[in-house]
Design a protein around this ligand. Sequence first.
Ligand SMILES: CC(C)(COP(=O)(O)OP(=O)(O)OC[C@H]1O[C@@H](n2cnc3c(N)ncnc32)[C@H](O)[C@@H]1OP(=O)(O)O)[C@@H](O)C(=O)NCCC(=O)NCCS
Length: 293
Amino acid sequence: MKPRDYSGPADLAAMQRIVQRAWNPDSHWHIGDLAWQRPSMPDRTIALWDEAAWAWFSAGNGLEMAAPPELVGAVLAWFDEMAGDDEKSVTVMETDAAAIDGLTAAGYRPAQTTTFFRHCLRELDDTLPAPQITAGYQVRSVRPGELAARAAVHRAAWQLKRLGEMQVPPVDLGEGGSGMTTARYGEIIGHWPYRSDLDLVVEAPDGSLVGSALGWIDDVNHVALLEPVGVDPEHGRRGLGAAVSLACLHAMRAAGATLAVVCPRGDDAYPVPRRLYHAVGFHDAGRTVTYQR
Ligand SMILES: CC(C)(COP(=O)(O)OP(=O)(O)OC[C@H]1O[C@@H](n2cnc3c(N)ncnc32)[C@H](O)[C@@H]1OP(=O)(O)O)[C@@H](O)C(=O)NCCC(=O)NCCS
């Protein structure tokens, strides 16, 4: 089967269908991951194998894929052809035996990097506690007309300086910000399965937005994804991250999801998000592994 080049949002929807058809609790991807990453697609080299598999890589030659066992070899051959002889890495789920066998057969070996992502799961049932919202703050869905403010609250949480301070040990990442713009957020909300009732914000006493949690539902598999959660550091450590996460989980349960997944860093160098998700009842499940050649 020959790959075809990615050609825009219709192919993104095809990639989501591939993910949705194969989804299980060990899956690397949820349909919401792809929608969230829509604005980055033009920066990647992406191929699809009909409605069966896809793969992408960007600068740095790090490949990610969703492929059934019989197409792993074809994906790796395409990567060789496209990325040439330069150093390459491929990240897959640790439980994806077919991908790991294919990588090993193609000469890849476990990478030295200690960075990985830990998938965490939580049943959406009566054990879900009610959010405790810090006095004076309000958690609610984003409203029409708040696109610019919604993008701005994302930027406030993902300032590089703050992300560097959250690392262990702290790292100086400079003063830059996240690349989120109003236009980029506009692309995300225009793509299936975005729902504004699952896009929650925290409103501070002065009316400004200071936190957010975005939920995505795969209504075939009844599985919810929390991606991403952020709180402006000026309002951090007041329980707002936990409150907006729980409110979003409740909204997704009410919309029919029975299981939630979240995918924070699992290594010790960026531990805070995983702590937050454990604090709202997620438990560790599978993890990613990176292979190199
Ligand atoms: C992760 C983040 C959303 C937490 O928001 P927050 O409002 O400060 O979190 P909360 O006050 O609700 O904290 C909930 C729990 O998370 C953990 N936690 C939060 N911040 C922490 C920190 N700086 N150090 C250690 N643990 C921390 C604690 O277990 C805390 O419970 P506790 O206060 O009872 O000890 C916020 O730090 C953030 O926006 N970070 C940058 C963006 C990011 O990495 N998002 C997550 C990945 S999508």
